[in-house]
Design a protein around this ligand. Structure first.
Ligand code: URA
Ligand code: SF4
Length: 194
């Protein structure tokens, strides 16, 4: 479990001043979960609660995410890892700027190369554009698995979008069920917990 590379990554990331977001943050939100897991979830960037607590997806959207995860046997404590495209909160929750994403993405790449996930789930447009394809359309392509360099990538609705637009819930839930099927098909040591 001890991994000096992992500890160094966390330490360095927590001290990062690579873009302007460093000036307004309270905490760097590096990520959370089990770094040995086979599944990663990627959001856009910390919101207010995340910035205050230093942990991703702990606000209202995060509570919905935790419920959807639990419904398919997943939990941030045990069998997944959650991170964001940018690790510091954009003021007023605006979208992270392209130059902020460019400055921050090396941290995420390092996380991915240490975790070596089999599946990456992108939560919402910003993550899907950056990780899957710049013309990814969440409403049309959500739930599809796309192989990129040996990792299966899927884009789905951002939980904050589902809160604004609850009629997306059934489609989002279907994506989580498809994710569970894919985990059962290709993951080697992931234990689903109910
Ligand atoms: N929204 C995100 O995209 N990431 C978080 O960590 C919280 C809310
Ligand atoms: Fe560094 Fe990323 Fe925070 Fe910018 S958002 S300061 S690149 S950790």
């Amino acid at each position: 479990m001890e991994n000096p590379n992992w500890d160094a990554l966390i330490k360095q990331c927590m001290n990062c001043t690579g873009c302007k977001l460093a000036e307004t943050r309270n905490n760097v939100v590096v990520g959370t979960g089990n770094p040995q897991s086979e599944i990663m979830f990627i959001g856009e960037g910390p919101g207010e609660q995340e910035d205050l607590k230093g942990e991703p997806f702990v606000g209202r959207a995060g509570q919905l995410l935790d419920k959807m995860l639990a419904a398919v046997g997943l939990s941030r404590k045990h069998n997944i890892y959650i991170a964001n495209i940018v690790k510091c909160r954009p003021p007023n929750n605006r979208d992270p700027l392209p130059e902020e994403q460019d400055a921050c993405i090396p941290w995420l790449r390092e996380q991915v190369s240490l975790i070596r996930p089999k599946i990456i789930v992108c939560l919402g447009r910003v993550a899907a554009h950056r990780i899957i394809s710049p013309d990814f359309k969440v409403t049309l392509q959500h739930g599809e698995f796309i192989n990129k360099g040996g990792i299966l990538m899927m884009g789905t609705f951002h939980p904050a979008a589902i809160l604004r637009n609850p009629n997306q819930k059934p489609a989002a839930f279907a994506d989580f069920l498809a994710l569970r099927d894919k985990i059962e098909e290709i993951c080697k040591h992931t234990q689903l917990i109910y």
